[in-house]
Design a protein around this ligand. Structure first.
Ligand code: APR
Length: 172
C-alpha cells in the first residue's frame, strides 16, 4: 500500500445505519453471525432473510475479525460483519481487539472495492464497551490504517455516542 495514499474522509452522523447510502455498512455482530439485537438485529431485519441464510454458510467469525456478505435488500451493496470484544474492564485485550475490528473491516471493504463505508459504534451497546475510549479507538484506527476506502461515516444511534465521536473528530 503506497504510503502517499490519502486517508479516508471522515464523517459523523446520528441515525439508523440500515438507511445509509454507502457501498458497505458494518455490522456489530456476534461470533455466530446468525443475528441478534441492536444494530445486528436492525441490519438483518432490513436486509431480509437471505442475509442470515448466507451467513449460515460462513462458519461464524472470531472476535476482532470481519467477513463480508451481500447487502440483499439494504441500500448498501455489502454488509461487513465484525465481532467486537465484550468489555471486561479493559485488561483482556479489548482495545486491541476493537482496533482490529476497524482495521479488518476496512480490509474487507478494500477487497470488494467499496469506496464508502459506514460504521456503528462497535461493542458500545450490549457488549458494554465505554463509548469514549471506543470512539477514540475507532477514529484513531481508521485514521492510521492504509486503505482504498475514500469515505468513512461513523453512524451514532444517540447523542452520547455522537458527542464522544465529536470530541475525537473536532467540530466540523
Ligand atoms: N444504527 C446505528 N447504530 C445502532 C443501531 C442502528 N440501527 N442500533 C443500535 N446501534 C448502536 C448502539 O446504540 C451502540 O452504540 O450500535 C452500537 C453497538 O451496539 P450493539 O448493537 O448492542 O452491538 P455490540 O455492543 O457490539 O454488541 C454486539 O449485540 O446485537 C447483539 O448480535 C449482537 O451479540 C451481538 C452483540
Amino acid at each position: 500500500m503506497s504510503s502517499d495514499r490519502p486517508s479516508p474522509r471522515l464523517e459523523l452522523t446520528v441515525g439508523d445505519i440500515t438507511t445509509e447510502q454507502v457501498d458497505a455498512i458494518v455490522n456489530a455482530a456476534n461470533e455466530t453471525l446468525l443475528g441478534g439485537g441492536g444494530v445486528d438485529g436492525a441490519i438483518h431485519r432490513a436486509a431480509g432473510p437471505e442475509l442470515v441464510a448466507h451467513c449460515r454458510t460462513l462458519g461464524g467469525c472470531p472476535t476482532g475479525q470481519a467477513k463480508v456478505t451481500p447487502g440483499f435488500r439494504l441500500a448498501a451493496r455489502w454488509v461487513i460483519h465484525t465481532v467486537g470484544p465484550i468489555w471486561h474492564g479493559g485488561d483482556r485485550q479489548e482495545p486491541a481487539l476493537l482496533a482490529a475490528c476497524y482495521r479488518e473491516s476496512l480490509a474487507r471493504a478494500g477487497e470488494v472495492g467499496a469506496r464508502s463505508v459506514a460504521f456503528p459504534a462497535i461493542s458500545t451497546g450490549v457488549y458494554g464497551y465505554p463509548i469514549a475510549p471506543a470512539a477514540q479507538i475507532a477514529v484513531e484506527t481508521v485514521r492510521s490504517t492504509p486503505t482504498t476506502v475514500e469515505l468513512v461515516r461513523f453512524v451514532c444511534f444517540n447523542d452520547e455516542a455522537f458527542d464522544a465521536y465529536l470530541g475525537m473528530l473536532g467540530p466540523a
